[in-house]
Design a protein around this ligand. Structure first.
Ligand SMILES: C[S@@+](CC[C@H](N)C(=O)[O-])C[C@H]1O[C@@H](n2cnc3c(N)ncnc32)[C@H](O)[C@@H]1O
Length: 130
């Protein structure tokens, strides 16, 4: 409950009330199971609006390589809460997975996020209410 309140202090999304931030949904998706999972150690994924980062952490648990995964999130507090909730801030490479960014700004993959441009096999945009 504590975490739902902490996240809800930022926004009041229904998925947060239902603890959606703690569920590894992406790894259950048919495209993930059929296309991504068989090549899990080679596939690169960008998760736009990743919230606390549950979906990419599910991918990591299935064998995804940290260097192939990026979660982009508007709210820096969500990125911090994700490390706190999942307790993996000190895991080597984990700090590079989650990045602050606004996908709606003009040229979102210019500037600080330029290294992400054209880099991914799959882009995930799930429950995005931007
Ligand atoms: C409803 S949550 C969905 C989280 C996750 N994708 C899921 O499926 O559970 C939407 C997320 O998108 C983020 N978001 C909203 N506008 C954004 C923007 N312009 N750029 C990046 N992320 C954004 C929000 O902060 C929030 O974490």
């Amino acid at each position: 409950m504590y975490f739902a309140f902490k996240v809800q202090a930022r926004v009041n999304f229904p998925c947060i009330q239902r603890f959606g931030f703690a569920v590894f949904r992406l790894v259950e998706h048919p495209v993930f199971v059929k296309k991504i999972l068989p090549a899990i150690d080679q596939v690169s994924i960008l998760d736009i609006g990743c919230c606390l980062g549950a979906d990419l952490r599910g991918v990591i648990a299935k064998g995804g390589k940290l260097e192939n995964l990026v979660g982009l999130e508007l709210e820096t507090d969500f990125i911090k809460l994700g490390y706190e909730f999942f307790g993996d801030a000190d895991k080597p490479g984990m700090k590079n997975v989650f990045r602050h960014g606004d996908v709606l700004k003009a040229d979102p993959f210019g500037g600080e996020l330029a290294d992400l441009k054209g880099r991914f096999d799959y882009v995930c945009l799930s429950f995005y209410y931007g």
